[in-house]
Design a protein around this ligand. Sequence first.
Ligand SMILES: Cc1ncc(COP(=O)(O)O)c(C=O)c1O
Length: 489
Amino acid sequence: MTGPMARPGGQHTHHTMRKKLLTIEEAESLSLHDIKQCYKGHINPVYEDVFSTFAIGQELVDHAEGVWLHTKSGKKILDATGGQGVLNHGHNHPRILAARIRYQQQRRMEVHKTIFSPYLAALSSNVAAMLPEGLDYPFFCNSGAEAVDGAIKMAYKYHKGSRSKILYSNISYHGKLLGAGSVTGSKELHFEFPKIPGTMPYEYGSLESISQLIRQYRRADGSSDVYALIIEPFSASTFRSCDGHFLKTLRQICDDEDIVLIFDEVFTGWCKTGNVFYFMDHGIVPDILTTSKSLGGGKSSLSAFVSGSKLLKKTFGNHKDFVLHSTTYNGFGEECATGIEALNIIADDDYVTRARRIGEITEARLKQLAASYPGQVKGYSGCGALYSIHLDIKTELLDKVLKLVPVDMLQQDQFVTQVVLASVTDWLFAHHQVYVQFTPRGITFSPPLIIAESEIDYFFDSLAATLDAGFIATTTAFVSNRFLKFFKK
Ligand SMILES: Cc1ncc(COP(=O)(O)O)c(C=O)c1O
């Protein structure tokens, strides 16, 4: 398409577009086929391929409210994913929507950093109000990985660059930027990108492994060469967590060695595990906390790393260095307004109590499930509104056979287990209108904190019916309906 574009000075130039630009209305009326064509041509053809494998990939969502997705085909789907930690408030919480509409109607200002912002001020104050003393200064950015990168930089600067090592856990997931990826031990990041220097893995949950590294990196003058240790007190990717003794001892070690202790609660924050943050159950405070996800109320991409005055003063809290770490979207107006409302909802509606109640109901249902399906349910782990249901999938023979098939995907570890888990989630969607995700450990039940007891019951009744159908039925249906397309290639 060709059209005149006004330029400064009144000249016009002709810019040729490769295609007609789509409007929002046109976007909303694109067919599934057209959307898939855009994915293939302009996003990543593999996304189109993989997402189309699942029953949910045959649907378009018209709108979403609370724990429900409403598809264009008229289905009502229970969203038990919690949006990877983003949706503690559920989809489109009315107070979050109202806050944003109000902000827009009043033509509030988004951008300028050198003009004092009431929104940035109030959100910072609110975050501090909900955290223990010592965590007073949030710096806002947009993604979890950005918060982790900021935290690492702060810890490094605290020691004026004089220490060179940062310790991270072997099972950690901190995000995919170069910095956060450098301290991620999860196998998900299997390709060796360049790393920040000095990253040393320790074994999650092992004080001995940490102490051993600290001994190894002691310098001749007796001081430590370790500037920081980063840990997820509750690891949402593996469902492992640290107990009070471990966390207290870790705090003591870091105090003794002047090592900056960073807790990454990007996933587990804002009541997901039954306290405002998981670490708050254990009477210790990190030097830096990273947070994101439900901080944005399900509507804004908001993250932060939060520290205390001692760290701030020695890093970015002086006239020379106060903009040494910054980002364009720090303090963006409507994002902050959304965050303010998100935290007020968490406090007003007592999300801590809600999460604990969800945990109680879920554990009761999980116990029943394990007792009723001993051959299929191995156990479970989690707390609050974050559980993994471990299925007992016996696949040794199939595993060996499938390893002989020369398709890349089939060579991955535990491929058959993954297919069975995928088939269970697909069955839940196709037969019961329940949307869940899975990890290598099991089916994840991670609902929004606004879920009602009857909705939790609906989830577990649907899961029980899926287990009644059996893994052979779910897997056969999944493979024959959807997965065979990989073999046809
Ligand atoms: C504990 C933890 N840290 C960091 C991240 C990275 O966040 P993001 O994907 O927003 O970069 C995640 C993402 O799930 C996470 O769970």
